[in-house]
Design a protein around this ligand. Structure first.
Ligand code: AMP
Ligand code: GLY
Length: 430
C-alpha cells in the first residue's frame, strides 16, 4: 500500500512510526512531516519515509499531490484540515481518506454544536449555556457564581478556554473573548460551562459511522509547570493507562458517553469515521464530557501507539470503510509515558535554533522512542524549531518503570533553555 499522512507534529511522528512497521506499507509520504519523520524507515523494504513540502492546511496542493500519486489511503492528523473539509474533498475525487468529514468534524470545530448535541442526546456534560452577546453571557456566568469555563466556540489552537473563579474574572474573560477578540472569529460565540472539579482523563474511540471501539485511558498534563501550575499548553506529557478507572468502570463510562453519542449521530445523519476524543472530568456525580475532539490527541497518540498491538493501517482502513466489526483493538499490558521537552518560555514566546544534544544516546535506550514535534535540521545538526520540541516516550511492565525510563532518556537530551515537567504520571503513582 501507498500511504499519505498529513501533519507535522509529535502525533504525526507517532502515527508514521507505527504505520511504517506495517508489513502492508510499501511507500509512505508525510505532508509536511518533520525532521524525525524523515528519519523513519519502512519495515517492508527499508525505504525512507518521504516528507513532501506541502502544508497540512493547503488543501488544493494536498489534493494535487494525491491526484498525482494516488495513495491507497490518506491519514489526517490535525483538526484544521478536517474542519476545512479535506475528507469531503478527497472522497469527491474517489481518493480514500481517513478522518471525519466536515459535518462530523464539527464536534471539534464548534463547541456550541457539541454542547447542544450532548444536551439533545443525554450525554453527561457540564451545565452550560451558549451566547452570542456579552450581556447574556455575563448574566449566566453570574448565575454560576463566576466559577466557569468560558470557551470560544471555534478552533483556537487549543487555547480558547479561560477558567474563572469569580464573577469579575468571568466578566473579564467574556470581554476578552467576545469584545477584545482574543481568539479572533472563534470567539463570536461563547460556550460557558460550570467549573467542574475532579480528575481529568482523555478517552479515544475509533469510529466507523456506526460503531465506536474504546481505547484504554490516558491522562494529559495541560499546564506548563509541575503541580499543574502555569499556563495551559498543547500538552506537556501523557501516560497510559490512567489508574482512576477499573476496566469495568471504563467500559461503563464508555457506554454512558458513546451509546447516546452513536444514537445521536444516527438520528441526525452524522457519519463519523475517525477518532472521537472526549475530554472527560471524573466528578463526584459521575463522568462529564468537557469537550469533544475529532482526531487523535497530541501527546496521547505518543503513549497509545506503543501499546497498540497489530497493524494500525488495518484499523484505520476499517474505520474509513465502515467495517470495524471485522477488526479488534488489542493492547499490550505495558504502561507508557511521554515527557514533552519544550522550548524555554513556551507557551509564551521562545527562541528557536538551539542545538539539541544527546538524541543518538537516547535512541539507544531499549523501549524508548523520541518523537519529534518542533525540530529542524541545520548544517548536520538537529535544532529546536517550535514550542513543543520532543516527546520522549518509554514503555515498561509498570507505570513507575515506564516513567523512570522516560526520564532517564530525557536526562540524556539537552538544549539551551529546555523546559519539561518533572511530575508526568505522578498523580497515578501517588
Ligand atoms: P477544552 O479545550 O474544552 O478541553 O478545555 C481546556 C482545558 O480546560 C481542559 O483540558 C480542562 O482542563 C479545562 N476545562 C475545560 N472545561 C472545564 C470545566 N467545565 N470545568 C473545569 N475545567 C475545565
Ligand atoms: N492532548 C490535548 C489535545 O490533543 O488536544
Amino acid at each position: 500500500m501507498k500511504l499519505l499522512v498529513i501533519g507535522s507534529g509529535g502525533r504525526e511522528h507517532a502515527l508514521v512510526w507505527k504505520l511504517a512497521q506495517s508489513r502492508r506499507v510499501a511507500r509512505l509520504w508525510c505532508a509536511p512531516g518533520n525532521t524525525g519523520i524523515a528519519e523513519e524507515r519502512l519495515a517492508t523494504n527499508g525505504a525512507a519515509v518521504e516528507c513532501v513540502a506541502v502544508g497540512a492546511e493547503d488543501l488544493p496542493k494536498l489534493l494535487d499531490f494525491a491526484r498525482r500519486e494516488r495513495p491507497d489511503l490518506t491519514v489526517v492528523g490535525p483538526d484544521a484540515p478536517l474542519a476545512a473539509g479535506i475528507v469531503d474533498l478527497f472522497l469527491a475525487e474517489g481518493l480514500a481518506i481517513w478522518g471525519p468529514n466536515r459535518q462530523a468534524a464539527q464536534f471539534e470545530g464548534s463547541k456550541a454544536f457539541s454542547q447542544d448535541f450532548m444536551e439533545r442526546h443525554g450525554i453527561p456534560t457540564a451545565k452550560s449555556g451558549t451566547f452570542h452577546e456579552p450581556a447574556a453571557a455575563k448574566k449566566f456566568a453570574a448565575s454560576l457564581g463566576g466559577r466557569c469555563a468560558v470557551k470560544a466556540d471555534g478552533l483556537a489552537l487549543g487555547k480558547g478556554v479561560l477558567l474563572t473563579n469569580t464573577v469579575a474574572e468571568a466578566e473579564r474573560a467574556i470581554d476578552e473573548i467576545m469584545v477584545g477578540k482574543a481568539f479572533g472569529t472563534a470567539g463570536q460565540c461563547v460556550v460557558i460551562q460550570e467549573l467542574l472539579v475532579g480528575m481529568e482523563i482523555s478517552l479515544h474511540a475509533l469510529c466507523d459511522g456506526r460503531r465506536a471501539l474504546l481505547f484504554p485511558t490516558a491522562q494529559d498534563h495541560k499546564r506548563a509547570l509541575d503541580g499543574d501550575a502555569g499556563l495551559n499548553t498543547g500538552g506537556m506529557g501523557t501516560y497510559s493507562p490512567a489508574p482512576f478507572l477499573s476496566d469495568a468502570e471504563l467500559a461503563a463510562v464508555g457506554r454512558q458517553i458513546l451509546d447516546p453519542w452513536l444514537r445521536g449521530c444516527a438520528a441526525e445523519g452524522i457519519d463519523f469515521r475517525g477518532i472521537l476524543y472526549p475530554g472527560v472530568m471524573l466528578t463526584a456525580e459521575g463522568p462529564k464530557v468537557l469537550e469533544f475532539n475529532a482526531r487523535f490527541g497530541d501527546p496521547e497518540t505518543q503513549v497509545y501507539l506503543p501499546r497498540l498491538e497489530g497493524d494500525l493501517i488495518e484499523l484505520l482502513a476499517a474505520s474509513a470503510a465502515g467495517t470495524l466489526d471485522r477488526v479488534q483493538l488489542r493492547w499490550s499490558r505495558c504502561a507508557s509515558v511521554c515527557v514533552v521537552m519544550a522550548s524555554g518560555g513556551y507557551p509564551g514566546s521562545y527562541a528557536k535554533g538551539k542545538v539539541i544534544h544527546g538524541l543518538a544516546e537516547a535512541a539507544q535506550l531499549p523501549d524508548v522512542k523520541v518523537f519529534h514535534a518542533g525540530t529542524a535540521r541545520v548544517g548536520g545538526e538537529t535544532v529546536t524549531n517550535g514550542g513543543r520540541v520532543l516527546g520522549v516516550t518509554a514503555w515498561a511492565d509498570t507505570l513507575a518503570q515506564a516513567r523512570d525510563k522516560a526520564y532517564a532518556a530525557v536526562a540524556r537530551i539537552s538544549f539551551d533553555g529546555a523546559q519539561f515537567r518533572r511530575d508526568i504520571a505522578a498523580k497515578a503513582l501517588r
